[in-house]
Design a protein around this ligand. Structure first.
Ligand code: ADP
Length: 261
């Protein structure tokens, strides 16, 4: 009897700017830890990385006022290849090749362009390359931007056929209230639906390079759940919870968003 070849599950890892940067520059040690985690994950999963950090990476080379859109785009244009060179070097140590894929919200607007992008991703993954995706900050026009990589990564996960989106954040999970404000906040380990009241909180990202905040993560979770996929949100500073969940199947901490269990 012929054994059916087991297909590897595909996951999207999204890492936020706060995790990737420290005092206005790239946090190299954290990136090294992330990269070695990606190398481990690749033994079990097909891996796509959605990485923020272009603006922070660029700002160390081009110090302009970030509150002006044109400046931010210029800084991102400088930072994106620099960020990629750091990833390429660090993943190269594990013999892994990377590819830069810059997407716009409009890439998910038409079935044709989504299919083209997916074809390219499929080829890269089949060849063992880790695609690193970011929003194309330098040319995006405001009506068409996601504006945050949380929601873009949810689209990437859904349209590129991943079963799970993993958000590595500066916070180790989703709490019943903001843990930085309330000492008695409790982590919600399992969430099966996103309620409107959950989204009705001020969207205040933590850090001057951050664009998201908890709301964009919950919007991403809502999209993921509506499409019957899963999301896991955990700390990107300390990767123990994400490693345990994804590599050993043990849910220590972090929030697992999954419909009706
Ligand atoms: P990243 O840079 O990883 O994308 P952000 O800083 O944009 O992350 O968003 C995460 C922040 O959202 C946390 O640091 C926390 O202060 C804030 N936050 C507000 N409400 C909550 C909540 N209910 N659970 C978790 N974090 C929350």
């Amino acid at each position: 009897m012929q054994l059916k070849k087991l297909e590897m599950k595909r996951i999207v890892i999204k890492v936020g700017s706060h995790v990737l940067t420290e005092q206005n520059r790239l946090a190299r040690e954290r990136i090294t830890n992330l990269v070695s985690f990606l190398a481990d994950l690749r033994k079990k999963y097909e891996v796509i990385l959605v990485s923020s950090g272009a603006v922070a990476a660029g700002y160390s080379k081009l110090k302009l006022d970030k509150s002006i859109l044109g400046n931010r785009q210029a800084i991102a244009a400088v930072g994106q290849p620099y960020l990629m060179s750091v990833y390429a070097k660090k993943l190269g140590v594990f013999g892994i090749v990377t590819a830069q894929v810059l997407l716009n919200a409009s890439d998910f607007d038409s079935r044709k362009s989504t299919k083209n992008a997916k074809n390219a991703i499929d080829v890269l993954i089949k060849k063992g390359v880790i695609p690193i995706i970011n929003e194309n900050d330098a040319t995006d026009i405001s009506e068409l931007v996601f504006g945050d990589n949380d929601q873009m990564s949810a689209h990437v996960a859904h349209f590129f056929d991943a079963h799970m989106l993993v958000i590595l954040s500066d916070i180790d999970g989703f709490y019943d209230k903001d843990p930085r404000e309330f000492k008695d906040a409790k982590m919600r380990k399992n969430v099966s639906e996103i309620l409107d009241k959950d989204l009705d909180v001020p969207c205040i990202p933590n850090g001057s390079f951050a664009t998201g905040g908890i709301v964009t993560k919950l919007k991403a979770a809502k999209f993921i759940l509506a499409n019957n996929k899963e999301m896991f949100m955990a700390s990107g500073f300390e990767l123990l919870d994400a490693k345990s969940f994804l590599l050993d199947g043990v849910h220590l901490k972090g929030t697992h968003f999954k419909r009706d269990r």
